[in-house]
Design a protein around this ligand. Structure first.
Ligand code: GCB
Ligand code: CA
Length: 879
């Protein structure tokens, strides 16, 4: 009998223990949503039945930030949801936790105002205990506003500020006595490692315990450190007395772990610290777990970074939280995949920029051994106001306290290119502005150092060192980050290595990281004469090979984070893909570009082999007279030699240079099977090739972009566009005119967003002053498609600060009218593109033609006003 009673007691105890520990779960699903400020939306009785039903993560800008209308909705919106809370919530402390919402949130619970949070990238928590109805339905209403506010960073940036609750929302229910979640939404437990060596690690744990009950609580605070192999590495136990309505701070020093298993890039050993709050009667009131990594690291101005006593060059990427069609509203698994992509690429560094990201990102970096730098979004400019400074300081506190326990974090940063476009022309006023920026920087630097003296600080500058020196910013952080784009925004790529050497000479006591470098790549575009600002896969490769090799030569470059892991949305941008910054080594859909394959090949130590131009499945090119068309194909390998075959016949054997072997592949019409072999590795790529026929009998069609040396892969239509060439008898090509060239950047074409098409590159180049386009096609019936856009970006909208290649570069429209005849028949008379469709809008005219008497096809342009132009032509044979 007694026996039974004891067992019963134990069972009850265990039940009590598990019932008391905290419960946390997401409440993401089926919220009612509407834009605007409906009357009394905070009140439970408000009628939301006509509102949209959405799931969190959610943004309201996924569509309007990519449509043809400039701008996107920035203003208030509401989310509402009825949530049934358990009856035992009556004895709990209840919180609503947000992982991030852009950018100001006001929460109402059952009509009561529960709190406000400012800033779009950090986590926040509201204590809603007072407002809930336990055991019943509760109406949660959140107003989220993403309107521009001069006091909230970022003020402007080269990325779209998607509004909404775009990260998870969770309910948290704890005992009255619990680890406090309310210290800037931190975990409430702060782990530090004042001393780590190969022999011994010392751990320090600071814990915030809240007592929201009516009486003093006498509790035990236990920390159990669990080693990576699951064994207990250390355990501590203290008692504490916590007055009712207070938060007690417990500091546990000097916990030692002998022969620690270090957290390292190649072996990211993770310990866990389990913290328990135990009542006098043995009930477990709360339990939380935090990651712990034991490592030591340092940055040296000459020798760079070292981890656990070993020099390591940091190589990696920056990352934006975007995905195709979703904006920022990504589920956890998509954040997770991005960090895996960095690891698989061989990266060991992530600059979490320009803002703190989803908790999953930080967890993955801990688990995969990726060193991180995390920053707050003070980008481009500051506001000279107390409000701006206060918000920035708070963001720094939130960032540091929230991500404090992640061993991957080694740098805190707090500014990016704040002198990109100083707003004043007046010298005295500019000086004042510089002073204000310096003040912000010093305050943030001090905040970081007092919050966390165990890590380094950093500011990212752009290529205007004099400006940052004039504002004294170069002296403030421990690490200078440099965002460099020589060979992209600036013409001369070798300017990159020159500025590195100059900076090192000028700042011999500063650690230098190349925080950004990159070239836009649209994987649909290719060029065999790659040049600055052409957006081709091939130029991306030229640029990145150069940068990586120059950085590897210099040990004083502690690390680099290329811009960017992924393409991302930037609403005002008008490049080859409007509203998108394409500097990702992967696409918005995470397509791996050749640049990614290159890094993966050279950064990994395991054998690598992959044929490049992978996504280019529909190729075309002019017959070189042999019934074939020879085009280069890159093969990436870190093996010493590689052999390529085409449809079973050997193309060649090469020694790769810096991870790349270029093969000249004689493509034939139809299917081309490429097989690369290196060591024990094989890679296969099948390419469909359409020969732009020289021989008239076999003519089926032709797609030519005028004024362009590029190839364009229209993947939606499976259509291959090829570059122009001059006409020669028996073949095809243009007569007269010249390619439109931007005066400033020297590059071809225009950087306008071409409305009415997704194939902007087809319309962004043109031949100015063209006299004819001729193709000696056989007799037959044809459709001739003439492609035009009147290119004058200035008339379309103001160029974005970052569209530097477009600066002053557009031709000025002064009127244009011309006649168009096809095979002698006038089809367009006194034709004006601008009058027909306006500026920067795609138009396509399809003309039916019968070709007879062996005369071929001929489109003639008759000048009336200005120069005639043609952007592209497609000739299709009906029969
Ligand atoms: C930069 C900025 C980044 C931009 C990038 C670019 O320097 O820091 O936000 O996206 O340049 O692509 O121009
Ligand atoms: Ca999440």
């Amino acid at each position: 009998m007694k026996h039974i009673r004891i067992i019963l007691c134990l069972t009850l105890l265990l039940a009590a223990a598990s019932a008391a520990a905290r419960v946390k779960y997401t409440v993401n699903d089926a919220w009612r949503f509407t834009k605007g400020s409906p009357y009394n939306a905070f009140l439970p009785a408000a009628d939301d039945s006509a509102w949209e039903v959405v799931n969190i993560p959610h943004t309201w800008n996924a569509e309007d930030a990519v449509d043809d209308v400039p701008g996107f909705y920035r203003g208030p919106a509401w989310y509402r949801k009825r949530i049934v809370l358990p009856a035992d919530a009556a004895s709990k402390q209840v919180y609503l936790c947000f992982e991030g919402a852009n950018q100001v949130v006001r929460l109402y619970v059952n009509g009561h105002y529960a709190g406000k949070h400012t800033g779009g990238y950090t986590r926040f928590v509201f204590d809603i205990t007072k407002y809930i109805v336990p055991g019943g339905e509760n109406l949660f209403a959140a107003e989220v506003d993403n309107a521009h506010d001069p006091d909230i960073p970022p003020l402007s940036a080269d990325f779209t500020f998607f509004g909404g609750i775009y990260r998870d929302v969770s309910l948290l229910m704890t005992d009255k006595v619990h680890v406090a979640p309310t210290d800037f939404a931190s975990p409430g437990v702060y782990l530090s490692t004042p001393e780590v060596t190969a022999e011994r690690a010392t751990v320090e744990v600071r814990t915030l315990v809240a007592n929201d009950g009516p009486e003093t609580a006498r509790v035990r605070i236990e920390h159990r450190i669990v080693a990576p192999d699951g064994r207990e590495a250390a355990r501590t136990e203290d008692t504490a007395e916590i007055a009712a309505g207070s938060v007690a701070e417990q500091l546990r020093r000097g916990i030692t772990i002998a022969s620690p298993r270090l957290w390292d890039i190649d072996e990211p050993n993770l310990y866990r610290v389990l913290t328990r709050i135990v009542a006098e009667d043995g009930r477990v009131l709360d339990e939380v777990s935090n990651p712990l990594g034991l490592r030591w690291f340092s940055f040296d101005p000459d020798k760079g970074f070292s981890l656990n006593g070993r020099p390591r060059k940091l190589v990696g990427t920056c990352r934006h939280q975007d995905y195709l069609g979703r904006g920022w509203a990504l589920p956890d698994e998509m954040h997770e995949r991005d960090v895996r992509l960095i690891k698989e690429m061989g990266g060991n560094f992530l600059r979490v920029s320009h803002y703190p990201q989803d908790p999953v990102v930080m967890e993955m970096c801990d688990r995969l051994g990726i060193v991180t730098s995390v920053e707050i979004p003070v980008v481009n400019a500051v506001t000279e106001s107390d409000g701006f400074l206060e918000n920035s300081v708070r963001m720094v506190r939130e960032m540091i306290r929230q991500d404090f326990n992640h061993p991957s974090v080694m740098i805190w940063a707090y500014m990016n290119e704040t002198l990109l476009r100083p707003p004043y022309t007046d010298e005295a006023r500019t000086k004042e502005y510089y002073k204000a920026i310096e003040h912000v920087a010093r305050t943030l630097e001090e905040t970081v150092r007092s919050e966390d003296p165990s890590r380094y600080t950093m500011i990212a500058f752009h290529n205007a060192p004099e400006r940052y020196a004039a504002a004294n910013l170069t002296q403030i952080p421990m690490i200078q980050g440099w965002n460099l784009y020589q060979g992209w925004y600036e013409k001369d790529i070798t300017g990159f290595e020159r500025i590195l050497d100059r900076l090192h000479a000028q700042y011999p006591d500063k650690v230098l990281i190349v925080t950004e470098y990159g070239a836009d790549v649209d994987p649909r575009l290719h060029s065999f004469s790659p040049e600055q600002f052409d957006f081709s896969q091939e130029y991306g490769l030229v640029y990145n090979r150069h940068y990586l090799s120059e950085m590897q030569k210099r040990s004083f470059i502690a690390g680099s984070s290329l811009w960017n892991l992924n393409a991302f949305y930037s609403e005002p941008r008008a490049d080859v893909v409007p509203h998108v910054n394409n500097k990702g080594v992967t696409g918005l859909d995470r397509e791996l570009k050749d640049t990614y394959l290159f890094y993966k090949t050279v950064l990994n130590r395991t054998p690598q082999l992959v044929i490049g131009n992978r996504g280019w499945q529909n190729r075309s090119g002019a017959d070189d007279g042999t019934g074939r068309c020879t085009q280069p194909v890159p093969v990436f390998t870190n093996q010493s030699s590689v052999t390529l075959t085409l449809n079973g016949r050997k193309v060649g054997t090469k020694r790769p240079e810096g991870g790349v072997a270029m093969f000249d592949v004689p493509f034939a019409d139809g299917e081309n099977r490429l097989v690369a072999r290196a060591g024990a590795l094989t890679d296969v790529l099948t390419v469909g090739f359409r020969l732009a026929q020289a021989s008239p009998e076999r003519f089926t069609g032709l797609n030519v972009m005028l004024g362009s040396p590029r190839y364009f892969d229209d993947r939606e239509a499976g259509l291959a566009w090829i570059p122009e060439r001059p006409y020669t008898p028996g073949s095809w090509g243009y007569v007269g005119g010249e390619a439109l060239r931007r005066s400033g950047a020297g590059w071809l074409g225009s950087a306008s967003d071409i409305l009415g098409t997704k194939n902007d590159p087809v319309f962004q180049t043109q031949r100015v002053g063209i006299e004819s386009f001729r193709a000696d096609v056989p007799d037959g019936t044809y459709s001739v498609y003439l492609y035009w856009a009147e290119l004058d970006a200035a008339r379309q909208r103001e160029a974005l600060a970052y569209n530097l290649g477009a600066d002053g570069a557009q031709q000025q429209y002064t009127g244009r009218r011309f006649d168009v005849s096809v095979n002698g028949r006038k089809v367009l008379e006194n034709f004006s593109i601008a009058a027909e469709v306006g500026f920067s809008r795609a138009m396509v005219r399809k003309v039916d033609v019968i070709v007879r008497d062996g005369k071929g096809l001929r489109v003639d342009f008759g000048r009336i006003e200005g120069e005639p132009v043609l952007n592209a032509i497609r000739i299709y044979r009906n029969h």
